[in-house]
Design a protein. Structure first.
Lengths: 115, 376
């Protein structure tokens, strides 16, 4: 098994290759990417909430009303902060893509290449 | 979404990762079934009448259709969403792989030895592979991010499954099922001793062949080390003996006339015009007399109406499929002749999910892949 101190691996997140521009204003391309990501993340959250509600119902662990009065411990707050940060990065990935592409070698031109 | 059969190497997903993948799958199903079909009325009711008004005739080629359709707001919006959905596939699988990568690498190091894995760190990765990340998989199929990396393979396993919306079957091996069923039908008495799959990535197809033909020696080659490491460990986990090696299909180190079957599954369209001829030449060299070459790939442009031809080529311009454009117009029987096959032994065929062993409904999409078949 890997050592605990093994450096955490970061895989590349942006594909090399020129991204087509779909709309007259490239800002619209970015906004669409963000809207679609938000659609996805809202769907993920709804699924998770559904899981939680079903577990509550199955196990009778606590009342849904307890959620309204939940006091956030420090460690939970730290986890949530990290998750929110990752969430923001995911929705804004389209902005990061542009930066990543600028730093990749070659122009990644997406046209027929000659031999 | 339909389930993917678990195996020892498959990256496990936690709640939100699974949910994110399910969303991407359902979003793509919606795009394919509800949004994409709208391109037809858009063309016939809006784009075509304007074209006729401007030019006094209908478009004659798919290229002419491209020039007008890419400016249509409906097509553009579908196209932009389709592109985003492809990026979202990879985004939805990277987290699981990144989180478990050390364990996956460890498992691949401890994989069994029913088959084998031979890597060549000095292999030159061809230009058509490094020009851009094929299918928008970040990091491509050949890049190692860490020593003994398997990430590209682990991503490919889940990513292709989501891409196909389950169409690759629960074993992620539909293409192998199709060529195997097709081969059995064409050559019911054949008992191939040695079989080679070129450009095998994680070996979905050749591993299936190895499971179905335990008496044959099955080989898979690819230029990508991380997909081969993963593929080898995956095959071992499935109990199938497959010999994986890192080689370029254009020029391998196998001996002349040493295989009974040499095949590929949607490899050609990822290579170049020159490379495709080289692959056919190499296939001929490797085949024993009487051996069978089968290269399955995507449909060509011959006979496709201009609109359908244009829509089919979306992947070329939007999904890093650079070389597919060239394959679309190539004369495959001519390539076979140049490689050395005799005219009477060249058989352009096609095959689809009809030939699959797994006949569950999601696999039955009616799509036919051309197969360039030739006998030495």
């Amino acid at each position: 098994m890997p050592n605990d101190d093994q450096k955490k691996i970061k895989l590349p997140r942006t594909a090399k290759g020129k991204k087509p521009q779909y709309f007259a204003d490239p800002t619209v391309d970015k906004l669409l990417s963000m809207v679609l990501t938000l659609m996805g993340e809202l769907s993920v959250t709804r699924d998770r909430l559904d899981t939680v509600e079903r577990l509550i119902e199955n196990n009778g662990l606590f009342k849904v009303d307890d959620i309204e009065h939940y006091e956030i411990p420090d460690d939970v707050n730290a986890v949530r902060t990290e998750r929110r940060s990752a969430y923001i990065a995911r929705v804004l990935k389209t902005v990061q893509d542009e930066l990543d592409s600028l730093q990749q070698k070659g122009d990644g031109k997406n046209t027929e290449l000659e031999d | 979404m339909t389930p993917l059969s678990d195996h020892e190497m498959l990256a496990q997903r936690i709640h939100d990762e699974e949910s994110r993948q399910a969303f991407v799958n359902d979003f793509r199903v919606h795009l394919a079934s509800q949004v994409f079909p709208g391109n037809f009325p858009t063309y016939y009711n809006r784009v075509l009448p304007q074209f006729i008004k401007d030019k006094g005739r209908e478009p004659e080629t798919r290229h002419e259709v491209r020039r007008v359709m890419t400016h249509d707001p409906y097509y553009s919006f579908w196209s932009a969403m389709q592109r985003n959905s492809q990026e979202m596939i990879w985004d939805s699988v990277i987290d699981s792989v990144e989180r478990q990568l050390p364990e996956l690498i460890e498992k691949s190091r401890e994989a069994g030895d029913k088959g084998s894995l031979t890597l060549d760190p000095d292999l030159e990765i061809p230009k058509y592979h490094v020009a851009a990340d094929i299918h928008l998989q970040p990091g491509a199929y050949h890049s190692d991010q860490i020593e003994d990396d398997v990430a590209a393979g682990a991503m490919y396993d889940w990513g292709t499954y989501i891409y196909s919306m389950g169409g690759l079957g629960t074993g992620n091996n539909a293409l192998g099922q199709i060529t195997h069923g097709f081969f059995q039908n064409e050559f019911p008495d054949a008992k191939p001793k040695r079989i080679l799959d070129m450009g095998c990535t994680i070996g979905g197809s050749i591993t299936y062949w190895a499971q179905k033909m335990p008496d044959a020696e099955c080989h898979g080659l690819d230029v990508g080390a991380p997909v081969l490491r993963y593929g080898h460990a995956r095959a071992e986990a499935l109990g199938a003996p497959v010999h994986f090696s890192q080689q370029n299909a254009e020029k391998t180190n196998f001996e002349d006339e040493s295989f009974d079957v040499v095949m590929s599954h949607i490899l050609l369209h990822e290579t170049s015009r020159t490379a495709i001829q080289n692959v056919f030449d190499e296939s001929y060299r490797l085949l024993k007399p009487g051996g069978v070459m089968m290269h399955m790939d995507l449909p060509q442009a011959h006979g496709q109406p201009p609109l359908e031809g244009f829509l089919f080529e979306w992947e070329i311009y939007n999904n890093n499929e650079h070389f597919f454009a060239q394959l679309r117009d190539m004369d495959m029987p001519e390539l076979c002749r140049k490689a050395g096959f005799k005219d009477e032994n060249i058989h352009p065929k096609s095959a689809g999910s009809f030939w699959m062993e797994d006949q569950t409904p999601y696999a039955d999409d009616g799509f036919e892949f051309p197969i360039t078949m030739a006998i030495k």
